[in-house]
Design a binder for this molecule. Sequence first.
Ligand code: SAM
Length: 331
Amino acid sequence: MKQQCIQVDKKKGESVRKVLMENGALDTSVRIVSDESYIYIPLISAVDLKDLLFEDLQVTEHDFKVHEKPATLESILGHIPRYEVIGNIALLESDEGDLETTAAALLKVQPHLHTVLSALSPVEGEFRTRRFTFVKGENTTQTVHREYSCKYAIDMEKAYFTPRLATERSRILEQVKDGEVIVDMFAGVGPFSILIAKGRPSCRVVAIDKNPEAVKFLRHNIELNAVSNVEAVEGDAKEEAQRYIGVADHIIMNLPHTAQEFLGAAIVIAKPGTVIHYYDITPESDLYSTSLGHIESAASKAGFAVELIGTRIVRSYSPHQFNVCIEVKLY
Ligand code: SAM
């Protein structure tokens, strides 16, 4: 499409473009073109150039191509589907209508994605895993997820992982001081443990998980992130606790629903001054009281008193239930 433009020496192109832009004279709907010597800057047709022209500028005509707007999910599908991205995998909500069409749109607008899956089950069982249906792209449940400065190799079907706890993990890191000992009782593939180990190289991190597949990835992730201060332990946190009596400055109990059963083991690992980061799923009518009561009762059995140092909603879990974190200090 031919239109009016300014022909300017390449060296002056940027300054002229700026002046035209500031004065509303630049036509941004088409691409600026150049050849070996000149840049051709498209003009809005109604513009009055009298006050703008520099000495050696030439007004001429040239062919311009219209900027193609990149396709968006909304422009392709008419709505924005619900999905989350884990590494190169997009995970679609199973009620997202025509999954195949939605997946094709996702792969088109986000070229870094290689796979689209849809969840076939909720997080379930002792190892907190999910089953998935393959929708489009490469048929795999494996990927590498990047979070803050860390990388996590994951098999979404074999071990638990959610990117939704990223902020929570960095919040815990901020509470850890140099030289402390952290016991991550339900470590999964290592996102709390490795972030802390990397952020506080002088700390010792004990990362326990019962799921052998999770521990396989945890070990791999320790190498992937080149951290040497994480001890990966495959086993039941209740039994493994006996090997770490009274060592912990921080205990991370990220096993919502069931963490209560492991409070006795956490107290074994604890010493005066230990901070327990306790995660639970609670109803909005009783976000913290009952869970705090469980912590207090387990602590008092071992002669510890409890100081509540923080409570927070981490994320919503269902319409009236929340994933919460309760933080206490024992003394
Ligand atoms: N903290 C990890 C994260 O943020 O990705 C994983 C959390 S996931 C909700 C809970 C983990 O606890 C799972 O990896 C599961 O295998 C592990 N688990 C369940 N029962 C366990 C037990 N008795 N001892 C140790 N780990 C256990």
